[in-house]
Design a protein around this ligand. Structure first.
Ligand SMILES: O=C[C@H](O)COP(=O)(O)O
Length: 247
């Protein structure tokens, strides 16, 4: 049985003060232990958020990290720096990072491997553009991104990886893939993982992301292969986050 995982991805939103106000508002309302409730926040707020959520059911994730351990990489954050403050998850290869910060399948793979090595669970993102969808390339694009992202991940580590399927055209646009469409692609992604790891693919949690909100989360979560959601915009409002997690 795969434990559902609902992760808010705040992107470049919320100061430390705003982040703390948010968790203080939601922490007593995120009581379920049947769902992994995660907040992926900007780097600066992570340490304070970890402290503020101690003893609660909320887990904290970063939105990126470098794959090198240390060195001359101005402006970057190393895996051990996140591990030191107890970060639980790290989003890797979000489409915004691929588009605006030149992330490639190769760097994504290096980051996935490094996260696993230091003991942080990676959320590996994949998804197609509108152009690719219209050219019926959705599955092929996801296949390549997932296969390359998982290269050299051991069987033992596989279940620590969360995959997030986010069709780019559905991110922040208000357009959602139908729950059935999303499930179809996610079931296909599971087949791709099964092609690499056999039955262990059944232990991998795969999220859907793209305009998920309280009004559509239960329909999305009722699908057979969808194990969670990676939520941008709607995760910024405390009441919405609580509703999402308690879908
Ligand atoms: O990481 C989250 C996704 O990019 C979805 O963002 P959204 O919920 O604002 O569409």
């Amino acid at each position: 049985m795969r434990k559902p995982i609902i992760a808010g991805n705040w992107k470049m939103n919320k100061t430390i003060a705003e982040a703390l106000e948010f968790v203080n508002d939601v922490k007593d309302r995120v009581t379920t232990t049947e769902v992994d409730a995660v907040i992926c926040a900007p780097f600066l707020a992570l340490k304070d958020l970890k402290e503020a959520t101690k003893g609660t059911n909320i887990k904290i994730g970063a939105q990126n990290m470098h794959f090198e351990e240390s060195g001359a990489f101005t402006g970057e954050v190393a895996p051990a720096m996140l591990k030191e403050i107890g970060i639980d998850y790290v989003v890797i290869g979000h489409s915004e990072r691929r588009e605006y910060f030149n992330e490639t399948d190769e760097t994504v793979n290096k980051k996935v491997l490094k996260a696993l090595e230091v003991g942080i669970d990676p959320i590996l993102c994949c998804g197609e553009t509108l152009e690719q969808r219209e050219a019926s390339q959705t599955k092929e694009v996801c296949k390549v991104q997932v296969e390359k992202g998982l290269e050299n991940v051991s069987k033992e580590d596989l279940a620590k990886v969360v995959v997030a399927y986010e069709p780019i055209w559905a991110i922040g646009t208000g357009k959602t893939a139908t729950a059935e469409d999303a499930n179809d692609v996610i079931a296909y992604i599971r087949e791709v993982i099964a092609g690499l790891y056999g039955e262990l693919a059944n232990d991998v949690r795969i999220q859907y992301g793209g305009s998920v909100k309280p009004a559509n989360v239960s329909e999305i979560m009722s699908q057979s292969d969808i194990d969670g959601a990676l939520v941008g915009g709607a995760s910024l409002a405390a009441n919405d986050y609580v509703e999402l997690v308690n879908f």
